[in-house]
Design a protein around this ligand. Sequence first.
Ligand code: FMN
Length: 98
Amino acid sequence: MSKTVLILSSSPRRGGNSDLLCDQFMLGAKEAGNKAEKIFLRDKKINYCVGCEACQGNVGNCVQQDDMTEILEKMITADVVVMATPVYFYTMDLGWCA
Ligand SMILES: Cc1cc2nc3c(=O)[nH]c(=O)nc-3n(C[C@H](O)[C@H](O)[C@H](O)COP(=O)(O)O)c2cc1C
């Protein structure tokens, strides 16, 4: 059965190593009959958490108006979420944050 695959590419380097792996994964997923989409996170506006805790109270979700709203919606509805990050300075890359 066809699945919905969401691929999050977090490297700041478009066409770099992990982004290329994302493209290959997407190709394979599509060839296997699935619906696949890649999001290159550097293109998106994603603010840092400000620790307001609205998401934990009765608001229930983030109060910030940024592209994360749409990305979260896609993550919730996807059957498969793929996250790709290079290691920069011993940790996952967060270079895409605003
Ligand atoms: C600024 C910078 C820091 C890096 N730090 C590490 C590291 O701490 N450990 C490691 O194994 N590789 C490190 N690397 C190598 C990258 O993880 C590796 O080249 C990766 O494939 C780059 O992926 P990208 O092309 O998707 O950005 C670093 C590369 C860069 C550019």
